[in-house]
Design a protein around this ligand. Structure first.
Ligand code: RP5
Length: 163
């Protein structure tokens, strides 16, 4: 998204995470929130992670969303390097269906939180919506977008199932 400066930073450990994390970008676009998306691995590109997380707040980012699978250290390592809120999305389609990544993200030591979402697509979507909720506290435009998103979602639920 290039029209305005990004306020959400999306990072993921591997290209293989993109199929899931693209749902975060699609949801942020529905919400009208400017973002950037990068491949950054806590294990394979630690210097890239350090530079990114340490500069994130000064560059104007307000929330980081980190998707990772397997050992899933990325959100926790990012949270150690920035005071920004970090939301973690455990990848599905990996070992143990993503349960290993979910537990790794959730089990952060006290003092360095990661807001861990559901495994897979639902978590990727909800990370965007939760980022919007955080930003909406101090941004009227995002608050209005979030209200509309939620109202549209409610209106889109049929009262009865159909074939
Ligand atoms: C994590 O392990 C990444 O987030 C990704 O989910 C996984 C590695 O995947 P590959 O790059 O091996 O496909 O670091």
């Amino acid at each position: 998204m290039a029209e305005s400066d990004p306020i959400v930073g999306i990072i993921m450990g591997s290209q293989s995470d993109w199929a899931t994390m693209k749902h975060t970008t699609l949801t942020l676009e529905k919400l009208g929130i400017a973002y950037e998306a990068k491949i950054i691995s806590a294990h394979r590109t630690p210097d890239r992670l350090t530079k990114y997380a340490e500069s994130a707040r000064d560059r104007g980012l307000q929330v980081l969303i980190a998707g990772a699978g397997m050992a899933a250290a990325l959100p926790g390592a990012a949270a150690a390097l920035t005071p920004l809120p970090v939301l973690g999305v455990p990848m599905d389609g990996k070992v143990m269906g993503g349960l290993d990544a979910l537990l790794a993200m959730a089990q952060m030591p006290g003092g360095i939180p990661v807001g861990t979402l559901a495994v897979g697509k639902a978590g990727a979507v909800n990370a965007a919506v939760l980022a919007a909720s955080i930003i909406a506290l101090s941004n009227e435009d995002v608050a209005a977008s979030l209200d509309k998103f939620r109202a549209d979602q409610t209106a889109g639920v049929a009262e009865e199932p159909k074939d």
